[in-house]
Design a protein around this ligand. Structure first.
Ligand code: ADP
Ligand code: ADP
Ligand code: MG
Length: 445
């Protein structure tokens, strides 16, 4: 195992990784921006270094500064968390060239799966069904022609997109050209890459994703699936495992898991990763994308399998074999996660200082956050403050437990989406376990 690692992230995920390291006897180096000087991850790490200004470009995306700190402090590996540099193949390569272990798959795998257009073709080659669509769109005229061929509604999606951004819905072929120009401009400014492709808009659909864990010897395990159909603007709000839409469909569940493992094997995947699918109630499923990193909602899988994914990520990165043989680790419970975001009821980001905080407790209640009384919530980063996760033997009890836990949670000083999470839990479609990616639209009706 590594003696010391650097965590190239902030917020709850940096804290999560530091906690795993403490349990494993691994020393930790934190990096931070000037805005995060008082942040929890800075306090919890064995060493911490300020690497730049508040904007991510100056600090958490400052590759040279991060690598310099790692080399100077004698860290052997860099854990990128999620977001920031976690899916940056150039950074992973730079780490390798400097003799540092990047905790994740190889740069080659990251670039192959990070380009969603190439990932689609890779999935097809592995025999995994993909959403009907087209390769890269060459021009506005091409966009119109493809929208006609595929059949509206369609989505125009950025090949480098992520976090639910860079996606445009097109209802009529005559709108495709303008939507393409818009999507291209947005993707160019958000991801530095304007290339887009097109997919049939699949609806009503479930977002079902499979958690993969693979070691360097080529052993691939699937650790159950998660349903993440509760989304607003293509961003996840609440996740659960197992996926209720697959209850009673064990054959389809097995086929989705097998497709995910096949794809991971096809690319020689090592580490934790997630393969996202759209699933329709007629039993069809389509590959959507692969996230070559630890996922925000990984605790849901940890709760149902009993495995610590961050520890396994580090062990696999250090060359150790997987915990068990076979193809999958079956879930033994139900778990739900609510993302707690700092936002106003109209979804505007909220920032400030946390003046009061009470975290819920009790068995199988987990609150992953970097909050403390007096913590600053700066305006420069993602609005997610933390995640509340619960598990129970049944889904009904898990929902009741989540309601109780949300009721105990007190965050003062910034506005949060806790009331919205209560509304979701009370929704009839959600309670019945039969909801699609349009649930949030129904919630507002
Ligand atoms: P998950 O797939 O784990 O649910 P999200 O899509 O919510 O993750 O993204 C997690 C974090 O990573 C968010 O802060 C999001 O803005 C960021 N992120 C995801 N993909 C990208 C990307 N391609 N470029 C930049 N940031 C990204
Ligand atoms: P990101 O990298 O931003 O996470 P995804 O490709 O995973 O992008 O898509 C984000 C979300 O958008 C999905 O979870 C799903 O709800 C919706 N979506 C994406 N592609 C389609 C599609 N072809 N049809 C219907 N919904 C889609
Ligand atoms: Mg996605």
């Amino acid at each position: 195992m590594f003696e010391k690692i650097l965590i190239a992230n902030r917020g709850e995920i940096a804290v999560r990784v530091i906690r795993a390291c403490k349990e494993m006897g691994v020393r930790t180096v934190a990096v931070h921006s000037t805005a995060d000087a008082g942040a929890l991850h800075v306090n919890l790490a064995d060493e911490s270094y300020c690497i730049g200004g508040p904007r991510a470009q100056e600090s958490y995306l400052n590759e040279d500064a991060i690598i310099t700190v790692a080399l100077e402090t004698g860290a052997k590996a860099i854990h990128p968390g999620y977001g920031f540099l976690s899916e940056n193949a150039g950074f992973a390569r730079e780490c390798r060239d400097c003799g540092l272990v990047f905790v994740g798959p190889t740069p080659e795998v990251i670039s192959r799966m990070g380009d969603k257009d190439v990932a689609r073709r890779t999935a097809r080659a592995a025999g995994v069904p993909v959403v009907p669509g087209c390769d890269l769109i060459a021009s506005p005229e091409d966009a119109t022609a493809e929208a006609e061929r595929i059949g509206c509604p369609v989505l125009i999606k950025a090949r480098s997109g992520g976090g639910g951004r860079g996606i445009r819905k097109v209802e009529r072929p005559e709108d495709a050209a303008a939507a393409f120009e818009e999507a291209r401009a947005e993707a160019e400014s958000a991801f530095g890459d304007g290339e887009c492709y097109m997919e049939k808009f699949v609806h009503p659909a479930h977002h079902v994703e499979v958690q993969i864990l693979a070691d360097a010897a080529g052993h691939v395990l699937s650790l159950g699936e998660r349903e993440c159909s509760v989304q607003r603007r293509n961003q996840k709000l609440l996740e659960e495992s197992p996926a209720p839409c697959l209850d009673g469909h064990d054959d389809i569940r097995a086929a989705i898991h097998k497709a995910a493992r096949d794809l991971a094997r096809e690319v020689g995947y090592v580490g934790v990763g997630t393969i996202e699918f759209l699933y329709t109630d007629d039993g069809a499923f389509y590959f959507m994308e692969m996230n070559t990193r630890l996922q925000v909602e990984h605790p849901v899988t940890e709760m149902v399998t009993g495995l610590d994914l961050v520890k396994w990520q580090l062990r696999v990165a250090a060359g150790q074999p997987l915990p068990q043989r076979g193809d999958e680790v079956p879930p033994v419970k139900r778990a739900i996660e609510c993302r707690i975001n700092a936002e106003t009821p109209d979804f505007l980001p909220s920032c400030g200082t946390v003046t009061g905080l009470h975290a819920p407790g009790g068995p199988w209640v987990r609150f992953d956050s970097a909050l403390y009384q007096g913590a600053k919530v700066p305006p420069y980063y993602d609005s997610m403050l933390g995640k509340l996760i619960v598990s129970s033997p049944t889904r009904e009890e898990a929902i009741r437990k989540m309601r109780a836990a949300l009721g105990e949670l007190v965050i003062e000083g910034v506005s949060t989406n806790v009331d919205l999470q209560f509304d979701i839990l009370a929704n009839r479609e959600f309670a019945a376990g039969m909801y699609h990616t349009n649930l949030m639209e129904h919630l507002y009706e």
